[in-house]
Design a protein around this ligand. Structure first.
Ligand code: C2E
Ligand code: CA
Ligand code: CA
Ligand code: CA
Length: 273
């Protein structure tokens, strides 16, 4: 690959990396039928009232071999080796079962990867899961990241339309962190914007971040798009966001992602089951 007449010794460290990667892939494939992937839930609250409005499902891998692994380490691999569909189907099925026990005012948000968005049957598959679980589409929110939108905007537009036709809500995740966000806002019918935590988390000490959050907030207001701020880590950030008006918030200040049973216990304590 380095060109003609170039020799490159195969480095033993490379071999080790390759072997480890291969082992990880094999473990990941086996982990799906073994039920090692579980949904965790992080609460989303109305910053004005402090009420829980919903939970975002975040995937976790409880691996007997690797321990507790976060999605940043396995979603991309699952996409590459073509198992993301199976992986997320199991997670969504479990999440719908869990969320059915929550108060009906509480929504469930799920993340969708770019690979899934390219699947022309994605909307149908999701609807099938909703019907199976007898879960109302109006309680399901689908989060799409900006990085999904680069190449296939036409297809994404069709997909968003079918999800919305079925009664689901669609939000633009990680807003501000990707490319040409404003063009996409104009051309795609999102129901909500989630401000990326890279702007929210530093906003109490950084006036530039605070300015960006303020501008996104008035953008949302002007476009009639409700906003969720992610990465709310301190009471000071929450106070600043409250001053910006009507907003939802999510972050370690309110709660870390928790297992299904922890989530249910929390809601039961609050009389929200
Ligand atoms: P995301 O959708 O932006 O999810 C929010 C991430 O921020 C989560 O990381 C969450 O634990 C973390 N977070 C929440 N509050 C705070 C805070 O106050 N401070 C900080 N520093 N972080 C906070 P997590 O669970 O590691 O997930 C990472 C990403 O993996 C998610 O980013 C999402 O893009 C992806 N992901 C998670 N679950 C799934 C899934 O089931 N399917 C797909 N396709 N992607 C998933
Ligand atoms: Ca998300
Ligand atoms: Ca996000
Ligand atoms: Ca993110």
């Amino acid at each position: 690959k380095t060109g003609k007449n170039n020799h490159c010794w195969f480095d033993p460290a490379m071999e080790k990396d390759l072997r480890e990667r291969h082992e990880l892939e094999t473990a990941l494939r086996a982990a799906i039928p073994a039920g090692e992937f579980v949904p965790y839930y992080q609460q989303q609250i109305d910053i004005e009232t402090g009420r829980i409005t919903g939970f975002e499902m975040l995937a976790r891998w409880n691996s007997p071999h690797y321990g507790h692994i976060g999605p940043e380490q396995f979603i991309a691999i699952a996409e590459e080796i073509g198992v993301i569909d199976d992986l997320s189907e199991g997670l969504i099925r479990q999440a719908l079962r869990d969320a059915r026990e929550w108060d009906p005012s509480i929504t469930l948000a799920i993340n969708v990867s770019p690979v899934q968005l390219r699947d022309p049957w994605f909307a149908q598959k999701l609807i099938k899961l909703l019907v199976e679980a007898n879960f109302p589409a109006s309680r399901l929110e689908v989060e799409i990241t900006e990085t999904c939108l680069h190449d296939n905007i036409q297809q994404v537009r069709t997909l968003i339309a079918s999800l919305k036709n079925q009664g689901m809500t669609v939000s633009l995740d990680d807003f501000g962190s990707g490319y040409s966000s404003l063009a996409q806002l104009q051309s795609l019918p999102f129901d909500r914007l989630k401000i990326d935590r890279s702007f929210v988390s530093p906003m109490s000490g950084c006036t530039d971040s605070a300015t960006i959050v303020r501008v996104i907030s008035s953008l949302g207001e002007g476009l009639g798009l409700p906003i969720t701020a992610e990465g709310v880590e301190s009471a000071e950030i929450a106070r600043q966001l409250r001053d910006l008006g009507n907003m939802h918030a999510q972050g370690y200040l309110y709660g870390r992602p928790e297992s299904g049973s922890e989530t249910l216990a929390r809601l039961a304590d609050m009389g929200l089951t």
